[in-house]
Design a protein around this ligand. Structure first.
Ligand code: EPU
Length: 430
């Protein structure tokens, strides 16, 4: 077992370079098998565990995966020979279900176990199924929770999403890019990683238009070819460093960023009193006084991202006055507030609302990462707090953040990854 040990209270200063976007990578990796060719993917966050699991899954179904350098891989999909992916492979992450759309597009058949992933509340896949069925697939979920989809022929079709879903939009784009005719996804997700996936598919010869708006049109093509493609920077990793800079009252230049993708986060940081300077591919965040209160409501893109609300809760915990966070995407995202309370935060949660009464300072404590972004929040809290914070269950953080210790360490933080013996659990005996 590993944990992070942080001695907090030092303002972060210096420069950090953001990695490629996790959620774009997780869609683009399975998309590569839609071609029977070789794709080179650059700016890939190779060392996060979600990406490792996706590469393992590729190998499991017969693809070749070659590491070219620390952020580039080549996926050789010529010999993909299986449309079956078991629970062992899918249990680690949500995005494993993108192999359903990709295998359906490639073979007209996919047998993929239900996905794992962070528990943020119920995570139904009804909109994915609705999309596959609209394209002519027969979908069943058997007793072992295997999603079995098969189609003699995939045929383009209109699909109206009842809820704006990133995952369903991705899965339908994947299958539809090899269907016969035109698919129109209405009420589609508009996140930057949806646009990145569309650009990747188009680099392989697909015909995808409208990504980034709520109507995406995909005209299926018979064959896709290999390509070289560079993934966009990670909006949420960048946002996490922006908030960390503000919460520690630091001065950080965050490089490899698309400032436009940061608009909703930048606006809220400015409202809290931070200074945010934008450059072509970087942003600089400085904060020299106590944060001001502000209210946040999470929304699908271009609204404020749900994946940034736990990090903001730390900043608002240190603000003057009372702030409200309203979470509208996930029903169980506030578990991390119990960890922040151990560090002295004053937060009342009522359903989908958190009322945060700002305190003067946070103090270090033993805490845990409940999920990926909850983990990011306790790291920021540890950096801003006085004293020592120990964070357990950091495997959640390793799922989505590359080189956390090195990146924060280079900004002057005192953060270490330590190995510790697993506590003896009497329940394990017998
Ligand atoms: N939903 C349905 N039916 C569906 C699909 C979704 O009702 O068939 C609902 C969900 O329950 C949720 C809402 O629609 O209330 C949005 O879910 P969405 O499908 O957009 O989420 P996702 O694709 O499962 C992705 C990210 C999440 C991020 C959400 C929202 C990936 C791999 N995951 O999840 O990222 O929170 O979009 O932006 O792209 C993270 O990176 O930490 C993370 C959890």
């Amino acid at each position: 077992m590993e944990k992070f040990v942080i001695n907090g209270g030092t303002p972060l200063t210096g420069e950090v370079t953001i990695s490629g976007a996790k959620n774009a990578a997780l869609a683009i990796i399975p998309a590569a098998i839609l071609s029977r060719d070789v794709c080179r993917i650059e700016n890939l966050p190779v060392s996060i565990s979600d990406v490792s699991f996706m590469m393992k899954t590729l190998r499991h179904i017969g693809a070749g995966v070659k590491l070219i350098d620390k952020n580039t891989i080549e996926i050789d999909s010529r010999h993909v020979n299986s449309y079956v992916i078991s629970h062992d492979m899918t249990k680690h992450l949500r995005a494993s279900y993108y192999f359903i759309g990709a295998l359906l597009g490639r073979f007209g058949r996919a047998r993929v176990a239900m996905p794992g992933g962070c528990y943020l509340g119920p995570r139904p896949i009804d909109q994915h199924i609705k999309g596959f069925e609209a394209l002519g697939a027969n979908v069943t979920i058997d007793d072992s929770a295997i999603v079995d989809t098969s189609a003699n022929k995939l045929t383009g079709s209109p699909v109206y999403l009842d809820v704006v879903s990133v995952g369903a939009t991705v899965n339908i784009m994947l299958a539809a890019s090899r269907a016969e005719g035109l698919t129109v996804i209405e009420n589609a997700a508009k996140e930057p990683h949806i646009v990145d996936l569309a650009n990747f598919l188009n680099s392989m010869g697909a015909d995808v238009r409208g990504a980034g708006t709520d109507v995406i049109k995909i005209r299926g093509v018979e064959n896709l070819h290999g390509c070289t493609y560079s993934i966009i920077p990670d909006q949420i990793e960048a946002g996490t460093f922006m908030v960390a800079a503000a919460a520690t009252r630091g001065d950080v230049l965050i490089k490899n960023v698309i400032p436009k993708h940061m608009d909703s986060i930048t606006t809220k940081l400015i409202e809290c009193g931070a200074t945010v300077e934008e450059f072509d591919e970087a942003v600089r965040v400085t904060m020299d006084s106590r944060p001001k209160k502000c209210n946040i409501k999470t929304m699908p893109h271009p609204g404020f991202p749900t994946d940034m609300h736990p990090q903001f809760a730390v900043l608002l915990s240190l603000a003057e006055g009372t702030s409200i966070i309203s979470e509208s995407i996930w029903s169980n995202r506030f578990r991390y507030t119990e960890q922040l309370a151990r560090m002295g935060a004053d937060i009342n949660v009522d359903g989908q609302l958190a009322m945060i009464h700002g305190v003067d300072h946070l103090k270090g404590a033993p805490v845990k990462a409940d999920d990926l972004r909850a983990g990011a929040a306790v790291v920021i809290a540890g950096l801003a707090a006085s004293g020592r914070t120990e964070i357990e269950d950091i495997l959640h953080i390793d799922r989505g953040y590359e080189n956390v210790v090195e990146k924060f360490g280079n900004l002057g933080a005192d953060i270490r990854r330590v190995y510790c013996v697993e506590p003896f659990n009497i329940g394990d005996v017998g």
